[in-house]
Design a binder for this molecule. Structure first.
Ligand code: AMP
Length: 360
């Protein structure tokens, strides 16, 4: 029996472990938080900080293969243990810094939104002059769910960006896109599978709904799939990768990527014949990847702290084709991802009519 080591014990780790067990593997998970969601079901765990070199080495020693579900592990530490990390470290390094990520996307056939690098008040004001309003300030590192971002509509907003300085950041053109989509792919180095493309709706910078299939025509769908797969090939990436794109007319802009299971791929657990965590598991264990098929139109609703009680109530009501995932985080906070609900066999109209009113 093989053991998969997982750096990070959040909900992505939890769901990776659920599927790894179905594939007959054991898991060991490292996270600094003693009550991490993934620890509840991991065969073994290590409580240690992500920059604890000894602990990371211990994880490698006790695992046959290592993967990461947390993106902000130090690149230097991971590089030193690269031979254990089947996906390699480069996709992680490429995604950790927004400027590097977007330059890499451009060099490998994608079109990022125009951006300028800034790092102090001077370069910010110069950048705003060039870019014009509206634009978006984003810190280069450690940004997620809208953290480290400021939409600049006029000079009055500048001070909110200045509050972050000096820090490596980018100033990005604001795109009034038609919608945002994401594609989750898994490559074993030869074969690349991709999950059906979902349309993502964000509220307050955090993913709220994922609607699958995305309401796009076949030409656009094929274009996004081809762009995504060719990008993975050109980069020589293996393992799992999600790319978020903005779609405006027939223009497809690269927004960002994540070399780990992705929130917008949670719908695949019940909405597809195989899911993102299982295919990651197959890749890690050296098994053949399986091409996913959409079971039926599906909606994924994220459950943040403010909706946790309602989600628990919905779980008790036992609705057919409604799957409530509660991650078991001990502290619930508004805006913190506490779970998600997958509605299989449902489109947005039906969701809006029957379910939307239940949530904050
Ligand atoms: P990000 O962390 O870059 O994914 O940004 C979070 C959300 O902010 C995105 O999913 C978009 O909804 C919005 N956003 C980010 N960048 C832009 C942009 N350049 N133009 C318009 N909206 C954006």
């Amino acid at each position: 029996m093989k053991t998969i080591g997982i750096i990070g014990g959040g909900q992505l780790g939890l769901m990776t472990i659920e599927q790894a067990h179905l594939l007959g593997a054991k898991t060991i998970c490292l996270d600094p938080t003693a009550d991490s969601p993934a620890f509840r079901i991991s065969d073994e765990h290590i409580i240690a900080s992500f920059d604890d070199e000894q602990a990371l080495q211990d994880l490698c020693r006790r695992s046959d293969i290592v993967t990461y579900e947390f993106e902000n592990v130090s690149g230097d530490l991971l590089t030193a243990m690269e031979k254990h990390i089947k996906q390699g470290v480069r996709p992680l390094l490429d995604s950790q810094d927004r400027a590097r990520e977007k330059n890499n996307a451009r060099e490998n056939g994608l079109t990022p939104v125009n951006f300028i690098e800034v790092d102090d008040v001077n370069s910010l004001t110069e950048g705003v002059k060039k870019m014009g309003y509206p634009c978006i300030f984003k810190t280069r590192r450690l940004g997620y769910d809208g953290h480290g971002q400021v939409v600049l509509k006029s000079d009055a907003d500048l001070e909110k960006a200045v509050a972050y300085l000096p820090v490596p950041a980018i100033l990005e053109e604001f795109i009034s896109f038609d919608f945002e989509v994401s594609i989750v792919m898994v490559s074993d180095g030869e074969k690349i599978i991709s999950f059906p493309i979902g349309k993502n709706i964000h509220t307050g910078g955090i993913l709220d709904l994922c609607i699958v299939p995305a309401p796009i025509n076949d030409t656009l769908k094929e274009k996004i799939e081809t762009l995504g797969k060719e990008f993975m090939q050109k980069c020589g990436y293996k393992g799992i990768l999600t790319i978020e794109f903005f779609v405006k007319g027939d223009q497809i802009y690269f927004n960002e990527m994540a070399p780990r299971p992705h929130n917008s791929g949670h719908y695949t657990i019940e909405g597809c014949s195989t899911n993102q965590f299982m295919e990651l598991g197959r890749f890690l264990l050296g098994m053949d990847l399986q091409e996913p098929k959409l079971v039926a139109p599906t909606i994924m609703k994220n459950i943040l702290g403010q909706d946790l009680e309602v989600a628990e109530q919905i779980a008790k009501e036992n609705h057919p084709n409604v799957y409530v995932h509660i991650y078991g985080k001990t502290e619930s906070k508004p805006k913190r991802k506490m779970g998600h609900i997958t509605f299989v066999g449902m489109d947005l109209d039906e969701y809006n009519e029957k379910w939307k009113h239940r949530f904050v």
